[in-house]
Design a protein around this ligand. Structure first.
Ligand SMILES: [Fe+2]
Length: 289
């Protein structure tokens, strides 16, 4: 009998081990609470940023960071997996009364729901189990539109500079650079001939294991944008690793595997737990990874 064979690269994660947060400035914390907590059902971080000038929102092992300020208008969208998809339609509709007069919209399909935040940022909520492996609550991807012809160079940048598995795919007629940034997590750079909104400073945060090696490769190209502290630096420019040509801008907060906040235990309330449907002992939510 032939021995079973496995694709031993299929479970590789690479240098980037966690897409930890997406950071959007929001001008109104009350509206942000109505959207991220009331409408989407996510949890507020109960320990950090609990004042009026910022809010951290838990989503499995990832977060949204929402400092108060002029609103960011992101490009593309953030993908989320939710465990309680069937309760979404009622919750999204019930939040209309808090979010009327803003850019809030919601449209629920069979296995995903498209929502826009009060300031127009797009989020797609996916039904757990539909396409995302073990993830039952989390942030499986962030997608960005990029100019035609840029996806291949972006994939090479992540492979060669950030040591992250990255490949070029065809999806719905578009070239997409898909970069592995954690178990079941990716950045997706989708080519489009449409106009792309100018970058306005929102950011993503990732944890890497080869913190020094990535820094050296970014530094030799002159694109480290901030030396934050011993555990963190930032870069914003994604460049062709051979020619140095600027391909895209999105600020990356890069954190070391030894950062004190790596894999901190997040308190994850079960979004299905509401007063009318309360079940004793079911308050916590435990992501499966
Ligand atoms: Fe951040």
């Amino acid at each position: 009998m032939a021995a079973e064979t496995f694709d031993r690269k299929a479970e590789d994660v690479g240098n980037i081990v966690l897409l930890e947060h997406v950071n959007f400035r929001v001008p109104d914390q009350q509206l942000a609470t109505a959207f991220y907590v009331t409408a989407l059902g996510f949890t507020r971080d109960p320990y950090l940023m609990v004042g009026l000038d910022n809010m951290w929102i838990n989503l499995g092992r990832s977060q949204f960071h929402l400092p108060t300020g002029a609103p960011n208008h992101s490009r593309g969208r953030v993908g989320c997996v939710v465990s309680d998809f069937d309760t979404l339609p009622d919750r999204l509709q019930a939040a209309d009364k808090w979010l009327g007069g803003t850019r809030y919209t919601h449209k629920v399909e069979k296995n995903h729901a498209d929502v826009t935040c009060p300031w127009g940022n797009r989020i797609r909520l996916h039904r757990a189990g539909s396409d995302f492996g073990f993830m039952t609550l989390g942030m499986p991807y962030v997608e960005f539109p990029v100019p035609t012809g840029h996806a291949d160079g972006i994939a090479r940048f992540y492979r060669e500079v950030m040591a992250a598995p990255a490949r070029l795919e065809q999806d719905n007629g578009s070239a997409v650079a898909r970069v592995q940034v954690g178990p079941g997590q990716s950045l997706r750079f989708r080519e489009t001939s449409d106009d792309i909104r100018p970058y306005d400073g929102y950011h993503i945060a990732v944890y890497v294991t080869d913190f020094g090696g990535s820094h050296a490769k970014l530094n030799e190209r002159g694109i480290v944008s901030q030396e934050s502290n011993p555990y963190q630096y930032r870069f914003q420019e994604i460049v062709d690793p051979d020619s140095g040509k600027l391909l895209y801008e999105i600020e990356h907060e890069v954190r070391s595997f030894t950062h004190p906040m790596y894999a901190r235990p997040l308190v994850n309330r079960n979004p299905a737990q509401r007063q009318p449907t309360y079940q004793p002992g079911q308050d916590a939510f435990y992501p499966r990874y």
